[in-house]
Design a protein around this ligand. Structure first.
Ligand code: ADP
Ligand code: MG
Ligand code: MG
Length: 252
């Protein structure tokens, strides 16, 4: 589904990703862990097509298409979803309205019929029920005054409605409380399916107490320096990231 090969990315004057390769199959959950500044968020941003990055080398294919030549909107319509590490607040814009616009933009790009408000509300009610989300989420402004936990629930709600093939969750490096963590984990677990893959980017091991990833990767200094099963996350918890320094190739 996703094949990243020897990806090199620059931002500003800095090389951030330095030859990153990664293959993700449908249905798999991959955790990307790594120290601060390793390039984790850069990876998510580049896959989603955010501005501000130069791809200097390497390829990324998604469902057999060259992802890097596509606009962010095309990627979204093809099923790539990136949850914001720090979700934007859009006061005064109704959450349901916002989400229907986003979904309909994607449906239109795929040549599918747009949903009217009645059809959309039906869809939303189903998702809310499956995810055990409070329906107070629906009528508020987008993330307006949301607590950390509510923002995370809203992110999962967006994911459930947009039904991406590849969901990229970039978890903030600091201070997600246990509620927020569980909201993310419950959502991921409820939305796992044989045709959907997840890239869960996280600094901390504890999220992986609740989400069992198929593969754990350690990203350090712009490369994947180790990959393994869930036990790799436990090793990181025990030993921290200090050992990772030994894996970083000296600058040429
Ligand atoms: P992580 O998410 O793993 O903490 P990031 O991908 O956010 O790491 O950043 C990797 C490194 O690249 C950091 O040192 C960061 O300061 C730097 N960086 C990120 N974006 C830019 C940018 N637009 N311009 C210059 N440096 C950047
Ligand atoms: Mg960071
Ligand atoms: Mg980050």
């Amino acid at each position: 589904m996703l094949k990243i090969d020897n990806l090199h990315v620059r931002a500003g004057e800095r090389d951030i990703l330095k030859g990153l390769s990664l293959t993700v199959k449908p249905g798999e959950v991959h955790a990307i862990m790594g120290p601060n500044g390793a390039g984790k968020s850069t990876l998510g941003n580049v896959l989603a097509g955010r501005d501000g990055y130069d791809i200097t080398e390497g390829t990324v294919s998604f469902d057999g298409k060259d992802l890097l030549t596509q606009e962010p909107e095309e990627r979204a319509a093809d099923g790539v979803f990136l949850a914001f590490q720090y979700p934007v607040e859009i006061p005064g814009v109704n959450n349901t309205y916002f989400l229907r616009s986003a979904l309909n933009a994607q449906r239109k790009a795929r040549g599918e019929a747009e949903l009217d408000s009645v059809q959309f509300l039906k869809l939303v009610r189903e998702k809310i029920k499956v995810l055990h989300l409070p329906d107070t989420l629906l009528n508020r402004g987008v993330n307006e005054g949301f607590s950390g936990g509510e923002k995370k629930r809203n992110e999962i709600f967006q994911l459930a409605v947009l039904e991406p093939k590849l969901a990229i969750l970039d978890e903030t490096d600091s201070g997600l409380d246990i509620d927020a963590l569980k909201a993310v984990a419950d959502g991921v677990n409820a939305l796992r399916s044989p045709d959907r893959a997840f890239l869960v980017i996280t600094h901390y091991q504890r999220l992986l107490d609740y989400i069992k990833p198929d593969v754990v990767h350690v990203l350090a200094d712009g490369r994947i320096v180790e990959s393994g099963g869930p036990e790799l996350a436990l090793k990181l918890e025990e030993h921290g990231y200090a050992w990772v320094q030994d894996r970083i190739a000296p600058e040429a």
